[in-house]
Design a protein around this ligand. Structure first.
Ligand code: NAD
Ligand code: G6P
Ligand code: MN
Length: 448
């Protein structure tokens, strides 16, 4: 089997160690020759990279490992860029969450005004990563999961239509792992799902087992009562360190009961709660301690402490980074391209008629078959008026914010914030936007 060269962009990410562990677990199906890390924060990346260097030396000494902040060194002679950068890091995620909340509006990493703020920060640096890849390894593919993926994907469609980039999200994979538990299946690959929507904004339409039997009735019965809380979480047996057992995620998984009631024939993405129950979300938020704080005090602290410990004792023996099992979809995607597997995966791609009654030029999240020439979207057919209405509104929000970035247009940014279903009025939108402009001075284009 051919070995590939991979660069992880955002080498200093809290997810990098988990991705490396996952890559190590999957070398039998995706062999790696060279692994590089790239980041623009030398100090942050060095902590993670030095620990991973020790890990790789002990577990996979044949992989040539290096890390750098130099784009030429990072992007030369590579086959895949796995990109997960966070422009502005956690300090800015905290602003994205807290500024809208101060105005009584949902404060979230990718949804509502916070997601739009993050979008305005991310577009430029992601386009720059694409430029590096195309300059130094023109045949490479970028597998991007940097957020906000919906806005990043729209910017790629608009400004880099011929780039070999695929935007992906792990939320449907994460939810399907709960569905698998609810069904008592070994793997989510044992069922076929039709899912459609936008990123962090979609629905499962049908789920069948490999014999073609409809699994939706059983799933819907469970979800009506428990949301996506799988039996072992309900019984309290699960590992308390897992993401889905943290209080904010347990609340999100349970709230799916109410979200699902809006269309009892489908199963929703968890993120729809921010659009359909924003009042509930705001009521249950602590404006002084948001998810960014939870992550800084939790995952970020643990990952960096572990990395420092590994470096200080000089061995990975006795330490542990949790392999990010959901992240195996990244290997599935790389394999699909590298070995033309035609695996079916949920990806963010131009609609181009796949959803028959939706805009051709919208970036939608739908099942695709993936091979060496990229994704071939499956046809979804017509979607109901409720979903179409919500998606039309949200896709226009995403398009307007990309316009605002491109044109440096305050008006478009204000329209985007106003159109977001999470924002109650144009005056609240303006107040939030004005505060976000001050907070994002270093990162946003000037909006006139
Ligand atoms: P993090 O802040 O720990 O890591 C991000 C890294 O990116 C940092 O080390 C930072 O220095 C680096 N960075 C920022 N701007 C850069 C640039 N211009 N060039 C190179 N490096 C740059 O963040 P995290 O919590 O680990 O998350 C990383 C990203 O992955 C976020 O965008 C997050 O939203 C995303 N994510 C997406 C999914 C998905 O479903 N699509 C799932 C998980 C995480
Ligand atoms: C899910 C989403 C990602 C998002 C992440 C946030 O995985 O699909 O897009 O970045 O959750 O998780 P966190 O633990 O950082 O709040
Ligand atoms: Mn996501």
């Amino acid at each position: 089997m051919k070995s590939h060269n991979v660069v992880i962009a955002g080498g200093g990410s809290t997810f990098t160690p988990g991705i490396v562990m996952m890559l190590l677990d999957n070398l039998h199906q995706f062999p790696i020759k060279k692994l590089k890390f790239f980041d623009n924060d030398e100090e942050r990346q060095a902590v993670i990279a030095k620990a991973c260097k020790i890990l790789l030396r002990e577990r996979a000494p044949d992989i040539e490992f290096s890390y750098t902040t130099d784009p030429k060194e990072a992007f030369t002679d590579i086959d895949f860029v796995m990109a997960h950068i966070r422009v502005g890091k956690y300090a800015m995620r905290e602003m994205d969450e807290k500024i809208p909340l101060k105005h009584g509006v949902v404060g979230q990493e990718t949804c509502g005004p916070g997601g739009l703020a993050y979008g305005l920060r991310s577009i430029g640096p992601i386009l720059e990563l694409i430029d590096f890849m195309e300059k130094y390894s023109p045949n490479a593919w970028m597998l991007n999961y940097s957020n906000p993926a919906a806005i990043v994907a729209e910017a790629c469609r608009r400004f880099k239509p011929n780039t070999q980039i695929i935007n992906i999200c792990d939320m449907p994979v994460g939810i399907e792992s709960h569905l698998k538990e609810i069904l008592g299946f070994d793997s989510a690959k044992d069922f076929d799902a039709i899912y459609y929507g936008l990123n962090h904004f979609g629905w499962w339409k049908t789920i069948h087992d490999k014999a073609g039997n409809d699994l939706m009735p059983q799933l819907i019965d469970h979800v009506k009562e428990h949301g996506y809380l799988a039996p072992q979480i309900l019984e309290g047996e699960d590992n308390q360190d897992l993401w889905c057992n943290q209080p904010s995620w347990v609340d999100t998984l349970r709230k799916v009961r109410d979200v699902q009631a809006l269309d009892p024939t489908t199963l929703p993405n968890t993120y729809l709660k921010y659009y359909l129950f924003p009042d509930y979300v705001v009521e249950h938020a602590n404006p002084d301690y948001t998810r960014a704080n939870e992550v800084m005090d939790g995952r970020e602290k643990t990952v960096f402490e572990t990395a420092k410990k590994v470096v200080s004792i000089g061995t990975f023996e006795g330490s542990d980074f949790e392999a990010d099992e959901h992240a195996v979809f990244i290997v599935d995607l790389a394999r699909a391209i590298a070995f033309n597997t035609k695996e079916r995966m949920l990806l963010i791609v131009p609609n181009n008629g796949a959803i028959a009654n939706f805009d051709n030029d919208a970036m939608v999240e739908i099942p695709c078959l993936v091979g060496k020439n990229g994704p071939e979207p499956l046809s979804i057919g017509h979607i109901p008026t409720f979903q179409k209405g919500l998606m039309t509104q949200q896709v226009c929000v995403e398009k307007l914010i990309v316009d605002a970035w491109k044109e440096g247009a305050y008006q478009k940014a204000w329209q985007a914030m106003t159109l977001s279903k999470t924002v109650p009025s144009a005056s609240v939108a303006k107040d939030i936007l004005d505060d976000l402009i001050v907070a994002n001075k270093e990162y946003w284009p000037v909006l006139n």
